[in-house]
Design a binder for this molecule. Sequence first.
Ligand SMILES: [Ca+2]
Ligand SMILES: [Ca+2]
Ligand SMILES: [Ca+2]
Length: 403
Amino acid sequence: MLWNAKPKCKLSAVLLCLILLGGAFPAGAQELGDWSGTFINGAEPGYHEYPMTVPMDGTVVIDTTVASTLVSQYVSVSVRDAADESITFTYLLSSPATLSVPLAAGSFFVRISRPLDNYGSYRMVANLTPANPGATEVENNDDITAAGSNPGNLFAGAIGYIRAKDTLDLYDYYGFTLTQDTKVHFDLTTADTLTSFNTVLSLRSAGDVSMTYTYLSALSKTWDVHLAPGTYYVQLYIADWSKYGGYTIATTTTPAVANSSETENNDTLAAANPLQSKTLFGSIGYYRDKIGSSEYWDNFDYFSCQVAQGGTLSAEILFDASLGGGFNNTISIRNGDNTSLNYEYLSSSPKTVTVNNLDAGTYYIRVYRATGYGAYQINVSGNVIIPGKGLVGSAISPLLLGD
Ligand SMILES: [Ca+2]
Ligand SMILES: [Ca+2]
Ligand SMILES: [Ca+2]
């Protein structure tokens, strides 16, 4: 019935065409449909329509081959959404004709329409090239309440694909939780059809405020953020509706310190962490939250200790290069009024700050950060009393304490 006008000639042309087209697809392409039919000259119906299920986001290419009596500026092939609204179409100005459309997973229709005086046989073959065969995202993840997770420390998905007429997948959300100050390193890989300064990757607070952002502006790039403990989200957003494609965001997390001596929040004198050992491990400069336009960072770490009468308090700090290099960050020794008794800039590691001839009482070691981030170690010495252990490294004390 099909190709009955000139069966052998037509069929071989179609086969050649299909073979050539088939060779142009990546290995991952899969056939979604192969529909044939014939329109009768002058008789209803004016169109044939076929359901098409798209199993995953990808580019659907429909190749249509028709009899010469269907080649016309009035004959068209359209892709339609589940409500049968037209998403896109092409006129059959030649045969074969190709229609390509980036579709999200879902149910669609393919329609071939003609005036009743255009007639003859047609064949439409639909193939899908998946956007991201390694995708782990589960749609709909369009807002923070529907955020996905990161199995295998991977955010892998696709965005910008058409779900219905005038409706695209514009947002992908993923969440992750950190239990300590952490360097989060993202390795971003982006399809060339998605690469743009209009493709925005933002890090968002639990309250869905953008804390910082970058762009998927290259086929591959890296992005580092330094975050305090908490739950955060990454959001991918397409500002340019012509962009679509797959992406992969591999995540590597590195804790700032293996065994922190800190219990945050220790940002004030009143919340100082009492000295438990003559060696402290801490970290500072990690981003906690953003509420409205206000950013919250770990900028202060306070530690408290007792000093014997007439004693000395000395603190040697060794710190990451990312905390040093200038005169913005300091270590200081402070009294109970939070007055600095002495300080050093963290210009280069190590630095030592010392105060002598102290009255007996409680004193504070404060690390302050204005810029940078990183880990530090503080070696405390002098006539310092550690609860349950006595004096640290003191000429007064017979006990030279280990950790
Ligand atoms: Ca998506
Ligand atoms: Ca800290
Ligand atoms: Ca702190």
